[in-house]
Ligand binder design. Sequence first.
Ligand code: PBG
Ligand code: ZN
Length: 340
Amino acid sequence: ASTAATSVSISGDISSQLHGGYCHPLARSWQAERQLTKSMLIYPLFISDQADEETLIPSLPNQHRRGLNKISAHLEPLVRKGLRSVILFGVPIAPNVKNALGTAADDPSGPVIKTIRLIRARFPSLFIVADVCLCEYTSHGHCGILRDDGSLNNQSSVDRISDVAIAYAEAGAHCVAPSDMNDGRIRAIKLKLIEAGIAHKTVLMSYSAKFSGCLYGPFRDAAGSCPSFGDRKCYQLPPGGRGLARRAISRDIQEGADIIMVKPASSYLDIISDAKDIGRDMPVAAYQVSGEFAMIHAGAKAGVFDLKTMAFESTEGILRAGATIVVSYFTPNFLDWLSS
Ligand code: PBG
Ligand code: ZN
């Protein structure tokens, strides 16, 4: 006797059957447009002017402020595990080094320029990004030069910040990344790079959509860059300002940015998506900032979630929104996690 083939009846359309597409770990990974890879990650380093310093930053879990003499030993195992890029932040600790003009920012014997030279010599495969700002170096802690009334003098700030950018690029930084948010600094930096004959070998990454908020606290502890009065709300963007962010991104692309950045990341995924849309022809970076990193650590410590799972989930969300580069304090962890 022959048995008739079993016929299955499906309620609804056949396209309702999705489980098959993600039933296996590999098939699940294929569902993402972009996989997290080591080469997407940029690791922030805080470089102290005290050559032998190595201090844990309490509000930024597992992160240190390090002097020049501690950099190589720190980077060596990370480079071995596949670290491709770092972003440098200078931290002047010595007394009386800060002033109204942020003179120490481009001091050739200062920590950033010395570290650029050291890394170029010791780790030639590392891509060096130099954050460009004055807030770590000004006596008042603001991201530029101030008028008597305490507001930013945009023109003198741009003149000064573009000089600092050129100094970092000439010292050997592969990329300069102005985080100050003064108007017109991308154009000024690009013009000076051209004038200096190094525009063809320097990437200009703009912190285009950098929002003002409460997520930079641990960074300011680490870098000692908290403003001594007022806040940054008249130059960093207001959290609700999506249209303003779109205009800032378009403006910076027009002015010659090679990469645009959105910061912070997880509360601004719509802005990352806008950046990818407006800047569809260029790489888009997102900075998962100190407060986001500390929050994930605090959540994990409180038993809300597993640290590694949340680090991946938050970063995959940032990639899904449109980022192709992620500045992350989790980079050392990812170098381990992506190897196993
Ligand atoms: C300096 C700068 C800041 C960050 C990057 N560059 C601090 C600020 O604007 O106050 C924040 C990074 C972080 O919180 O991890 N302009
Ligand atoms: Zn600043």
